[in-house]
Design a protein around this ligand. Sequence first.
Ligand SMILES: NC(=O)c1ccc[n+]([C@@H]2O[C@H](COP(=O)([O-])OP(=O)(O)OC[C@H]3O[C@@H](n4cnc5c(N)ncnc54)[C@H](OP(=O)(O)O)[C@@H]3O)[C@@H](O)[C@H]2O)c1
Length: 346
Amino acid sequence: MASSHATPVNRQFRLRNRPVGRIKTSDFDLVEAAPPEPGEREALVRTLYLSLDPTNRIWMSDMDQYMPPVEIGAVMRGGGLGLVVQSNSARYKEGDIVSGLTNWQDYSIAGERPDNMMGVIPKGLPVPLTAMMGACGMTGLTAYFGLLEHGRPKEGDTLLVSAAAGAVGSVVGQIGKIKGCRVVGIAGGADKCRFIVEQLGFDAAIDYKRGDWREALAAATPEGIDINFENVGGEIMDAVMARMNLYSRMPLCGMISGYNSGELMRGDFSPILMRRIRISGFIVTDFAAKFAEGSVQLAQWVAGGLIKHHETIVEGLENAPVAVNRLFDGQNIGKLIVKVSEAPVQ
Ligand SMILES: NC(=O)c1ccc[n+]([C@@H]2O[C@H](COP(=O)([O-])OP(=O)(O)OC[C@H]3O[C@@H](n4cnc5c(N)ncnc54)[C@H](OP(=O)(O)O)[C@@H]3O)[C@@H](O)[C@H]2O)c1
């Protein structure tokens, strides 16, 4: 761990080549550099936790995307939580915990420009620190704004959520319950299906790894689907589309089933016309101006037990390139996080 080195070393994963299919350790060079020197109005940040996200796979590729791809030779981009260990900026104090693009490395720089600014996490939170990466952080905010602003849930709506036991999906379903929806989740495997019903309060779960999942989808949505919070794309999205109601909504959050192949689906548009389905793609940063409001509401729900926060934590920065594949193998429940170094007691 970085904190145990006498002289701090900054381990960095630099992208060696664009992965083909699954991510491999050999797609990166692990180099050891000196920690960067913070300049004027900058602070040095030691990474505590790294967020592993399906979008890491998008950033490694050169597919059409919402941010520039990571350049070959550059440090892999990634969100994280870090500790300010040195500061030349009035915005950051030593000992502050910050959230932002720490990237896949031990040390990063937080600045005051929009492109290198990090958010200071308030002290004395009523939720665990790691929830600020999950249910109350970026993935929770994705669920919150995607569902409320694009899905527009109403009491009694049938809400369908895919990747339902994951970071975004698990929060979507729980917000749906708060809003009075009948919530049906799609997840891979019996354990995840039990988890979302028994622990998260979903009304029904469909195991898409079973041969009869299409029949199970029909049985679980006898009155059709009013909102589909789409996380996976591919044949699951096609099957769900066929059950969407007139004037239904489909927040299009992600299409993880196509990220490794780079082949995002080409679908049949006719149900969109015939049933006037409103499909709206969004990226969480569209709502950046309202993040504080969303985080406060999510933290209240988590602290009050209305939303349960779950996470899968992998130890050690060195394991990031292997661990990120868990998202594609379904080997995570809730938010997937790498613990990079020890957080101070707040
Ligand atoms: N628009 C935005 O701003 C935004 C922000 C964050 C995330 N996202 C998107 O939201 C989705 C979920 O992200 P997350 O961070 O919450 O990840 P996650 O759900 O915690 O992890 C990904 C899950 O996807 C499922 N999955 C993987 N490959 C699949 C496949 N081929 N078919 C069906 N399910 C598959 C796996 O669960 P199973 O075991 O159930 O298969 C896996 O656990 C992703 O598509 C991501 O790109 C979008």
